[in-house]
Design a protein. Structure first.
Length: 307
């Protein structure tokens, strides 16, 4: 098969490796290099870096709506276009180019969590399971029929980072299974998504990371875990803005004002919430590094329990 792969972030790299295992990837599409780091120099995407290491041709069009970009893709004569977190819209003209159409590896159990941030939204919502789907792409946003899927159970301490890594590996496995079937002439059966249970995983916004102590502590804990490692939850702690990398919901103390410090020990810093309390385990001061609560307390001698 002649496979063209389209992807951009770290999540897509294991899938690129799976697609290239049989030397079938003839080209890789990824987003243009972007400014990154303190120097704001142009930086290649993780997928571009992985492609160059394999000696694969890399294409970086600004858009695939451009007829010239579409003609360039058609000239590659792809049997299949595999798309994993590419970040550009594929118009119908592009979807029609490959012989077998376009496959997408999506990090949720569709139709739940269509959209940009399915990993974080699953944790934030308290889902017990997540997974990956291999989907036949169509013009709608993650609306295409599902070819294959695999699920997994979320750990009690699951974070956005840990689930990202698990689903990236699982996505590569599902893609490899699908390609193996297609290679053998056994095209996976497309199963239309049900109309019920559709949820949209809207793109993450830094403003969402601000914790409101008036919320239920269980909700805040999930928020902390979902937004680790980005954008990282933050809150006010007796006049200081801190980022919270790890926290645990615990029973509260009746009658204590929301946002007050219930306890400050080596075990953590307990904050009264709208319901229950949130124990801060790993925090970060402005300009500092993430540290255990005990180390933070060594630097915050002014922190007052009950205030």
């Amino acid at each position: 098969m002649r496979i063209v792969f389209a992807g951009t972030p770290d999540f897509a790299v294991p899938c690129l490796q799976a697609a290239a295992r049989h030397n079938e990837v003839v080209a890789v599409y990824t987003q243009p290099d972007r400014p990154a780091g303190r120097g704001r120099g142009l930086t290649a995407s993780p997928v571009k870096q992985a492609a160059l290491e394999r000696g694969l041709p890399v294409y970086q069009p600004l858009s695939l709506r451009d007829p010239a970009a579409q003609a360039e893709l058609a000239a590659l004569q792809p049997d299949l276009l595999v798309v994993v977190a590419y970040g550009l819209i594929l118009p119908q003209a592009v979807l029609d180019i490959p012989t077998h159409g376009c496959w997408n590896v999506h990090a949720s159990l569709l139709p739940r969590w269509r959209g940009a941030a399915p990993i974080q939204r699953a944790i934030q919502a308290g889902d017990s399971h997540s997974g990956v789907c291999l989907m036949q792409m169509e013009a709608g946003l993650d609306t295409g029929p599902v070819l294959l899927e695999q699920s997994l159970e979320l750990a009690a301490d699951e974070t956005g980072g840990s689930l990202h890594d698990k689903l990236a590996a699982l996505g590569a496995q599902v893609l490899a299974d699908g390609l193996g079937l297609l290679r053998a002439g056994l095209r996976p059966v497309a199963r239309p998504q049900p109309a019920e249970g559709v949820e949209y995983a809207h793109k993450l916004d830094k403003a969402e990371a601000r914790l409101q102590w008036s919320e239920d502590a269980q909700v805040l804990e999930r928020q902390v875990r979902a937004f680790n490692p980005w954008p990282v939850a933050e809150a006010q702690l007796q006049g200081e803005r801190v980022r919270i990398h790890a926290a645990q919901a615990i029973p509260g103390v009746p009658g204590m004002p929301v946002g007050s410090v219930l306890a400050a020990t080596k075990a953590g810093i307990d904050i009264a919430c709208g319901k229950g309390a949130l124990r801060l385990l790993v925090v970060q001061r402005e300009g500092g590094k993430p540290v255990a609560a005990a180390d933070y307390l060594n630097a915050r001698r002014d922190l007052q329990v009950g205030a």
